[in-house]
Write a protein that binds this ligand. Structure first.
Ligand SMILES: Nc1nc2c(c(=O)[nH]1)N[C@H]1C(S)=C(S)[C@@H](COP(=O)(O)OP(=O)(O)OC[C@H]3O[C@@H](n4cnc5c(N)ncnc54)[C@H](O)[C@@H]3O)O[C@H]1N2
Ligand code: MOO
Length: 284
């Protein structure tokens, strides 16, 4: 009799040896990847975000050089609005923003050229518009102006993902967050190992008596029992990421069991049979 660990090792070694050349398939990056196992490490080919983006709704500006003070009046420090950058929209009037100028910006939008900081809208006051209703300028209190540093409320390019970062490793089942990382890095599809087909076969006259004709057919027999192993093992196979193949129930007949095993071997990568393993006259 084999100890369980030794038996498991035998099965795993046989499974390794049986790995087929066509062991991988290409799958699009979507929710169907959950639990699938990558064939290779997947690394980022591009950085994310691809350019600096705003963390706030407000105004993109150029931070003054360190130690420099911006000209302030009673109204505070005034900025001229020269362009805008909205998440998802092409940059409008994307000329370089100079010192003392600003571009209206929404959360997630790329910083226009010349800008390196964002002032939150709620930290601004004194907004003015032209005759057409377009914003021309706004001001910020001197204390807010003094707090403007390069990088304020900005997510730098590549802060989430850098080129070459390992997004997900080969050999481990993909988690939801791995799928998110792959999608974020705009990886269109990945190579995953084929899901093994695990067939489950129950044996036993008493199980077959109920199983063959359904519950009603066998239900009258005092000796028939419901098949508990097969649904449990099929569920376990599926939960482990396999394709579960239901092979039904076979009675305790050597030729029938032999035929069922031979047929099953052609359809499965792994075949699990239960019953008929002891020392009685119907076990083999
Ligand atoms: N002036 C202020 N601006 C912001 C404040 C604030 O207090 N004052 N709060 C910030 C906080 S906190 C949050 S949260 C955001 C919420 O703004 P939005 O609802 O406009 O932002 P989202 O649509 O969630 O976008 C944020 C970020 O995520 C990116 N995004 C959005 N959807 C997806 C998606 N399906 N897949 C990938 N990435 C996505 C989006 O492009 C942005 O970069 O407001 C702050 N602003
Ligand atoms: O509201 Mo935001 O979700 O704090 O980042």
């Amino acid at each position: 009799m084999l100890e369980p660990d030794a038996a498991l090792n035998l099965v795993l070694e046989a499974a390794q040896a049986a790995r087929r050349a066509d062991n991988t398939e290409t799958v699009a990056v979507d929710h169907s990847l959950a639990g699938r196992v990558l064939a290779d490490d997947v690394c980022a080919l591009s950085e994310f975000p691809p350019s600096p983006v705003s963390m706030m709704d407000g105004y993109a500006v150029r931070a003054p050089p360190e130690g420099a003070r911006m000209a302030s009046s009673d109204e505070g420090v005034i900025f001229r609005v020269v362009s805008s950058s909205r998440a998802g929209a092409a940059a409008a009037g994307a000329r370089t923003v100079e010192a003392g100028e600003a571009a209206y910006i929404t959360t997630g939008a790329p910083l226009p050229p010349g800008c390196d900081a964002v002032v939150r809208i709620e930290d601004t006051l004194g907004h003015k518009t032209d005759a057409a209703g377009l914003e021309t300028c706004f001001s910020v209190p001197a204390a807010v102006a003094a707090s403007i540093r390069p990088g304020l409320a900005v997510r730098p390019a590549g802060c989430d993902i850098q080129v070459g970062d390992l997004l997900a490793a080969a050999g481990t089942p993909l988690r939801p967050e791995d799928v998110g990382s792959l999608a974020m890095a705009e990886i269109p599809s990945v190579a995953v190992t084929r899901r093994p087909v695990v067939g489950v076969l129950s044996t036993g006259d008493e199980v077959a008596a109920r199983g063959a004709g359904g519950r009603e057919a066998g239900g009258g027999s005092a000796t028939a029992i419901g098949d508990a192993n097969r649904p449990m093992l099929l569920a376990a196979a599926r939960a482990a990421g396999a394709v579960a193949l239901d092979l039904g129930v076979v009675a305790d007949s050597r030729p029938e069991v032999k035929a069922a095993l031979a047929a099953a071997a052609r359809r499965c990568d792994v075949l699990v049979s239960t019953g008929g393993v002891s020392m009685g006259t119907t076990t083999s």
